[in-house]
Write a protein that binds this ligand. Structure first.
Ligand code: SF4
Ligand code: SF4
Length: 159
């Protein structure tokens, strides 16, 4: 199951929109609340769940820690530097996990990718990279984009 947003908790801050690597968390223009526009494209990476300051996003837990029919809620406590996962099972039993989180202020961990030097020829020829240069088009003119692949954005997928 992909993400599900509780409208009564969400305040439309947009953190989930910013962080979603699949670009599927969007803000409803009328209600100013977030929702998942393409549930079948959700990676269930939990990034938005962990980023939400309002604890407004529910998501399915992986089968290795929670069987079907449960709910997963997440609570960040930035002062304590912890993130708590509450798993509620179908029979009402609960399990709680507590882990440390990074305490860097929001956004400060983003690397300035434009300042990062490109890989040297030696690095690109390394066996460790194997076919990477070919697939990211280092050798034939830049990265894959929608345009370079002759594709257009699907209707309805926009901020
Ligand atoms: S779980 Fe990951 S992929 Fe799914 S909506 Fe949240 S951030 Fe996006
Ligand atoms: S991060 Fe949480 S509160 Fe902010 S828009 Fe997303 S669901 Fe709503």
């Amino acid at each position: 199951m992909p993400t599900f947003v509780y409208m009564t908790r969400c305040d439309g801050c947009g953190h989930c929109v910013d962080i979603c690597p699949s670009d599927i968390m969007h803000i409803d223009k009328t209600y100013r609340r977030a929702y998942n526009i393409e549930p079948n494209m959700c990676w269930e990476c939990y990034s938005c769940v962990k980023a939400c300051p309002q604890n407004a996003i529910d998501v399915r837990g992986y089968a290795d820690f929670a069987p079907l029919g449960h709910s997963v809620r997440v609570q960040r406590d930035e002062e304590k530097g912890t993130i708590a996962w509450k798993i509620k099972f179908r029979n009402g039993a609960e399990k709680n996990f507590l882990s440390p989180i990074t305490t860097k202020p929001w956004g400060t961990a983003d690397p300035k990718l434009a300042d990062v030097p490109g890989p040297s020829q030696e690095m690109r020829d390394s066996q460790l990279l194997y076919s990477e240069p070919k697939y990211i088009r280092l050798d034939d003119g830049g990265l894959h984009t929608l345009k370079s692949n002759g594709l257009t954005m699907k209707k309805g997928v926009y901020y």
